[in-house]
Design a protein around this ligand. Structure first.
Ligand code: GLN
Length: 281
């Protein structure tokens, strides 16, 4: 039937997609196919889609209907006001992760040339944003995944950020290097958490999400090794799960950090915990 019937116009295509993925996503996906600003969908509802665009649109709507994340389908997601390329090799940047940016800016915004490390950079959202927002920051970003680093490097290039990228597991490739600020949004979901089988998480890299039976494996590794890579009075700031703040505070206490604090995200959930390393322990 498709061969005989003319392609729909914009209004018709949106009406078809709305049934399957809702109004918002129907629009986002059509804008992606047509590569157009939002106004065109409203201003020209009678504009007919080409066969090619209609086929591409139907395919995207069907993939979305089957659960694939919108960000992977359109290849980008906004974070801290900038658009980041994403692929299934990286976690999709989350709004709650903007908290770690705000904290870093509050603590380091007026230091000259801060040396910053982002562990498990994924799309590079944190590293690239800090490189752009902190004045003359010297930012290093690490990831174990080569595929993730390609995405992060593309984002740094696209967004004009100067970041040094290093492939390795946590601190493994950083022997002898020290920083004033270490940040990370590591995997922290408990391996048996049912959320891993729901929504976008089903399509995201397991290695970027899950971290052992209680989700603390990677947070523990980072906290244990961070002191050897922090300058005196340097800070470690870690994103963690909604129920992990107390555990992360006590890990930081045991490791000898001071000024240990947890900060809540916009949903009121303690989401980032940090501490200062005073050296001489
Ligand atoms: N906040 C993410 C989620 O639960 C998990 C991200 C992470 O493990 N770092 O969707």
């Amino acid at each position: 039937m498709d061969d005989l019937v003319a392609t729909p116009d914009i209004a018709g295509a949106l009406a078809w997609a709305r049934e399957r993925v809702g109004v918002m996503e129907a629009r986002i996906l059509l804008r992606h196919v047509l590569q157009c600003p939002p106004a065109r969908l409203v201003a020209h509802p009678e504009e007919r889609l080409t066969d090619e665009d209609w086929a591409a649109y139907r395919a995207l709507v069907e993939r979305r209907g089957a659960g694939e994340p919108v960000a992977y389908l359109v290849g980008e997601r906004e974070f801290f006001g900038r658009s980041f390329l994403v692929s299934p090799a990286v976690l999709i940047p989350r709004p709650e992760t903007e908290l770690i940016i705000e904290l870093a800016l509050a603590h380091f915004g007026n230091r000259p040339r801060p040396r910053v490390l982002d562990l498990g950079t994924g799309s590079g959202a944190i590293a690239v944003t800090l490189a752009r927002e902190l004045d003359a920051a010297d930012v290093t970003a690490v990831d174990a995944s080569r595929e993730a680093l390609w995405v992060a490097m593309a984002n740094a290039a696209r967004l004009g950020a100067s970041v040094s990228f290093v492939q390795g597991s946590w601190f493994d490739a950083l022997d002898g290097e020290r920083f004033q600020l270490i940040v990370s949004n590591p995997p922290y979901v408990a391996a048996g958490d049912p959320h891993l089988g729901e929504g976008d998480l089903r399509f995201e890299p397991h290695s970027a999400l899950a971290a052992g039976a209680d989700g603390l494996d990677d947070l523990k590794t980072i906290i244990a090794e961070a002191p050897r890579h922090l300058d005196d009075d340097g800070w470690l700031m870690l994103e963690h799960g909604y129920d992990q703040a107390a555990a992360v505070r006590s890990l930081l206490t045991d490791a000898g950090f001071t000024a240990i604090t947890s900060w809540a995200d916009l949903a009121g959930i303690e989401r980032v915990t940090g501490g200062r390393w005073s050296g001489r322990h």
